[in-house]
Design a protein around this ligand. Structure first.
Ligand code: NAD
Length: 362
């Protein structure tokens, strides 16, 4: 594996625009901290379909496998919407996650002080929120067998299986505890153990793994009350860890607390520090190619990459501080401007310039 190689997969729509700014930021951190990063760029999604007739070629997967991390933009767009499901851009995303064994999905939701008003929740509720949802990504009810449709006594049925083994739970549990050590040292395990046997297994295994991390506090929260508490008192949470289904739903709910899709980064991790980092948003075809996209989610994904795959927490903090200071200085892409607000808009490239400038002068 090449520990210094980062694969860039800009993809479609605004993907290339935001990935370009993210790359500039990562290159500047690499220079400052002498990380010696080398970038290799490849195609994914619609761009790859257009050139190769395939949303993700096997050789690109091999290249990723031999690299330290992947920085991805976004895939998809109306141009490819009529293709068969198996050759659509999104298939490239699913394939890369599966082939690279990306079992842990990390979605932070942090409210940046300058953007407290962007949330649909009241400022006094969201102010200071800084939580991380750790979702198991390759198991659970989305993959469990048996699954299918049938008939029972003349009635149509549908069924899925929510199954985890103890190794899968321990593996994601350790990711959550390790992340908590980088933060405020509190893990909340989200479950439905009053109804589901599989959740009872999670309870047992999380308690066992928790003993390896006596410096981190572990608590358990029922998923239904967790969904309410996220809206009532999001500040109480540090790291939430849960299975694929609950994580899918709660990570979107948590994201909404921040109020801005253009600000949300994510990481999907395999064992051994390899990870794929990408903004949560899609390819935004409505604004693609116009220098209107907010690159901050992609730039904040770089911060996650630095911390998680390159062991450069200092660089990660520098990136986050630069983003916060640029916003505090009042720079806003269109998506961050509130209704009724009258202020000049910052373009995608210019936003990247400001972040680079803030890092250089810090
Ligand atoms: P989207 O996230 O692309 O856009 C939703 C809305 O948010 C749009 O109005 C868009 O302009 C705006 N927006 C999104 N990111 C922004 C940014 N960085 N800066 C400013 N505004 C931003 O979701 P969608 O419209 O539902 O999907 C568009 C395409 O993206 C579809 O083809 C979909 O399949 C694909 N998609 C891809 C991913 C991914 O690659 N991970 C995720 C979601 C959707």
């Amino acid at each position: 594996m090449r520990l210094d190689r980062i694969v860039l997969l800009p993809g479609d729509g605004i993907g290339p625009e935001v990935t370009e700014q993210a790359k500039r930021v990562l290159a500047q951190v690499s220079d400052k901290h002498e990380l010696g990063i080398e970038f290799v760029e490849e195609l994914i999604g619609g761009a790859s379909i257009d050139q190769h007739g395939d949303p993700l070629r096997g050789e690109v997967i091999e290249l990723c496998r031999e690299s330290r991390a992947v920085l991805l933009g976004a895939v998809g767009g109306p141009k490819w919407d009529d293709l068969a499901v198996d050759v659509r851009p999104e298939k490239g995303l699913l394939r890369i996650r599966k082939e690279l064994g990306l079992f842990a999905n990390l979605r932070p939701a942090a409210v940046i002080p300058a953007l407290t008003n962007a949330s649909t929740l009241r400022p006094e509720i969201v102010e200071g929120t800084d939580l991380l949802v750790v979702r198991e990504l390759t198991g659970g009810i989305y993959f469990g067998e048996p699954r299918g449709r049938g008939t029972d006594d003349g009635l149509r049925t549908g069924f899925n299986t929510m199954v985890y083994d103890e190794n899968e739970v321990a593996r994601i549990g350790r990711v959550a505890f390790e992340q908590a050590r980088l933060r405020r040292r509190h893990v909340t395990h989200v479950h439905k153990a009053n109804v589901l046997d599989v959740s009872q297994l999670w309870m047992d295994v999380m308690e066992e793994v928790g003993k390896e991390y006596s410096d981190v506090e572990l608590s358990h929260q029922l998923v239904d009350s967790c969904a309410m508490l996220l809206l009532r008192d999001p500040r109480r949470f540090d790291v939430l860890v849960t299975g694929n289904l609950f994580g899918d739903i709660l990570s979107d709910e948590a994201a909404e607390i921040t109020g801005s899709l253009g600000m949300l980064p994510s990481a999907s991790l395999a064992t051994g520090g390899f990870g794929l980092f990408e903004p949560v948003h899609g390819s935004a075809p409505d604004i693609a190619g116009q220098d209107l996209a907010n690159p901050l989610a992609a730039i904040l994904s770089v911060a996650m990459l630095l911390e998680t795959s390159l062991d450069c927490a200092v660089g990660a903090e520098e990136v986050r501080a630069a983003v916060a200071s640029v916003l505090a200085a009042g720079h806003r892409t269109g998506d961050l401007v509130l209704a009724g607000e009258d202020r000049p808009l910052t373009g995608c490239q210019e936003m990247g310039d400001h972040v680079l400038g803030a890092m250089a002068s810090a």
